[in-house]
Design a protein around this ligand. Sequence first.
Ligand code: NAP
Length: 541
Amino acid sequence: MANKLNNFDAVVVGAGFSGLYMLYRLREAGFSTRVFEAGEGVGGTWYWNRYPGARCDSESIYYNYTFSEELYKEWTWSSRYPEQPEILKYLNFVADKFKLRPDIQFKTRITGAQYDEDQNNWQIQLDDGTTVTAKYFITGVGCLSAANLPNFKGLENFKGERYHTGHWPHEKVDFTGKRVGIIGTGSSGVQAIPVIAEEAGHLTVFQRTPQYSAPARNHPYAPEYIRQSKENFNEIKKQMRESQGGQPVPIPTKSALEVSKEERERVYNDAWENGGLGIFSSYYDITINEAANETAAEFIRSKICEIVKKPEMAQKLLPSYYYGTKRPIIDTNYYETFNRDNVSLVDVKSSPIVEITQKGIKTTEAEYELDAIVLATGFDGMTGPLLKMDIRGKDGVSLKEKWMGGAQTRTYLGVAKAGFPNFFMITGPESPSVLSNMPVSIEQHVEWIGDCIEYLRENGMETIEANVDAEEAWSQHCREVAEATLFTKTDSWYTGANIPGKPRRFLIYLGGVGAYRQKCDEIAEKGYEGFTMKPSKKPVP
Ligand code: NAP
């Protein structure tokens, strides 16, 4: 530890994209800041998710910080969708460039934090048994950092190797010649399956819900393309910040139903050939109108039937939920992998997993003997990482109690919580978060929080706290926007339906990052409307 302080202006949880920038932003403004990080290095999600095939699915020239033009111009991405090691390298480069490490305490987990109303500060417990205090407590824990380990009967009895994609070992896992089973076909599974299949003796995929996926068509970037993106830094940054999803793509203006079938097929085909998430953003009504959605869904199903040679296998891979209402996936050779002789597919919706045995996975129909099991079973999203810590606001009431375990999750702007003064959540529930290009939403929150804390200092304010009525109105607005879409109709981690017993709630603001930024800025310009501030007893320096 570079400094031995245990009383800080701000404590930040996590050293991923959020925590690194929050540290930089506050430190530049002169606030003593300490980041606590459970891992041994920086990177957050890119530190933990090291499974084979892990890569970004936002285009790399947009999947980075834009707060520093110098940083943007110094770093050069190798390809359109780089692999996890390259993104981790980028975050290490950022930590080195801005000399962030001395203010980060690694291998330390924050277990709880209580607001002390007498002292107007946060008492923060670390897993090494010590307590530190801070005026501001800020979470940068991400939305997908609490792994979902399903409660399979007998999981601990399995004699072979067992991995979760979200906690992958740092050293290479060698599957050569082994019988591998993978449970889960979300983004992680879809990325890992083709890579593991190339190495394993045999790969058995245990699929509960078939997925829509489009080819990524990753490719190296031409030097000229990189040069242009660096030259156009300011324009790219502006477009990203004003956009719907955090990428500089035009907001679609046409309905999928107002164009001819031929025109639609051409648009979907072009998007498919171009690779990436183009189909999702082809028409404005894909996620709000069932018939429009079906056009995209049917297009992808037809592609699956084209690619997968064995008709019986293709049938099992055909999804039926509303396209895009689970996180849209992009892949490299996912459906093609099911043409391999060493890959088999087990539908665990029709024949569920009943037990993990010493030898492998047993479904209602058969037992599959395995040397290794990969759990690509996802995360307890949105509230999971926050509720893993015992965060208590005024009167000792915990976030878990306030949110009734997730049944009544309410925030103001997804960044603050009534009853929790001087507490901020970066990309918290009810902000655009995971339905946007994350670095863009992270930067917006970090800058808004940084500005707010500077405002408090300049105006001699000791505390800021969201008002209950403002929170209620924001929450209701989020729900109304979500209810007008198809997102709430699908079982997904977006709705919490992936975690048995978790209350069903859709906790992502769907109004778009541009509109959301404008709203947050307006609130700040009106002197933090919807918040109550209390003046400091000390004189303003
Ligand atoms: P996920 O999307 O939640 O997928 C989990 C998979 O495990 C699903 O197929 C799910 O089936 C299955 N599953 C869960 N519990 C099961 C059980 N008890 N029995 C059988 N199957 C079970 O998780 P993920 O793939 O880790 O992805 C989570 C999110 O992380 C993504 O949506 C994305 O936002 C992010 N991510 C991003 C990238 C990227 O940027 N490239 C890569 C990986 C992850 P059901 O669908 O039936 O629930």
